[in-house]
Design a protein around this ligand. Sequence first.
Ligand code: ADP
Ligand code: MG
Length: 414
Amino acid sequence: MKFGIRTLDEMDVKDKTVILRVDINQPVDRKTGKLKDVTRIKASLPTIKELSDKKAKLVILAHQGSDIEYKNFWSLKPHASVLRELLGREVLFLEDVCGPAALEAIKKLEAGDILLLDNVRFLAEEQTLFELSLKLTPSEQAKTLLVTKLAPLADFYVCDAFAASHRDQPSLCGFQELLPSAMGRLFEREYCVISELMESPKHPCLFVLGGAKINDAFLMMETVLKSGAADEVLAGGLAAEILAVAAGEDIGEAAKAFLVQAGHADLLPVAEKLLQDHSARLVRPVDYAYVKNGARVEAKIGQIPSGELAVDIGETSARHFRNRILAAETVFANGPMGVFEETASELGTKIVWEALGETKARTVIGGGDSIAAAAKFGQTEKIDYICTGGGALIRFLTGEELPVVRSLRRGSRL
Ligand code: ADP
Ligand code: MG
């Protein structure tokens, strides 16, 4: 047991049916149907391999895509091919989640077999909109279709989906009500590394926060500044733009309009409060960049023409952030500094991410796009710890008990 959760060392799975929930949600190329990245699939391999080697009858559950954006909603068929290739062994796949075909296939599994069922989010009860509007308790989740159909056929439940551990959905939190449960190896490793770092981070400890999921960024800023975990927060991405507007800085009419249109106006009072309480430790850009005719243009605050939208922090700010990172002992980063996918707006993220690779500080990054940026700028190997989850990492760092952790603790007592 670690953190009150059973590990795979304490589960005898030989000839037993094990339901394994992983997070192999990956960007899909909608034209070719192929996966554009397989980082999370690779990260899930040790647990899959171990359970199959130990002769479990393995039933894998996973999701692909978010119902809030919906665009990335997709079958897990390509994931099955990638798994087959990477494991070098057969992986059965079914276009069914918990219907008669799935139940039949589970009953026929032999020791060591691996079966991947289709995207659990094809079921309404697994969707985030459902989660947020109905807020089922774990015992209510145990009465959902998925859990009532699959749990009676299984002996154990294992969760390796650390990246989804901030979600409160049946495939993640319902089975632990009924089945003896454990965390998988990836979950165990992510939990251990991050909690060790959080318990006694070496100071100065910096949080670099950017990206587009700014509710997460603000939640994080508030907690780590208040608790003292962060000596400083370096703000980039949309979070920096909201803070700038809240501070009354002129970053252009277009940015202001964009933030309001994107529904972020309600964060302005939160940003104002943060500035009031922690302005000295909240390090913000002094310049930004916009793109004109495909070329990058640097502009100080107050010099962004109306109609032009800031899409990156400026070079001066990025170099300043770089120096702070080089002088730090611990750095957590989530969310790129700008729209790093385009060459014209990649510089801010490039400079900052290269600093993450170069610094002697212990560095942790989380979040799909942050990881993609590390790969794009060749820093993946130089960053100390790459956490598969963004939202999960953030909530973990705020000290909240994650729903999946809560449920795993319960399932570890069965
Ligand atoms: P992560 O996946 O690392 O958690 P997010 O998903 O929150 O990060 O944000 C990543 C996205 O934010 C990227 O696609 C990037 O283009 C976008 N982004 C970053 N800065 C800006 C900005 N200033 N304006 C618009 N989009 C931005
Ligand atoms: Mg993202």
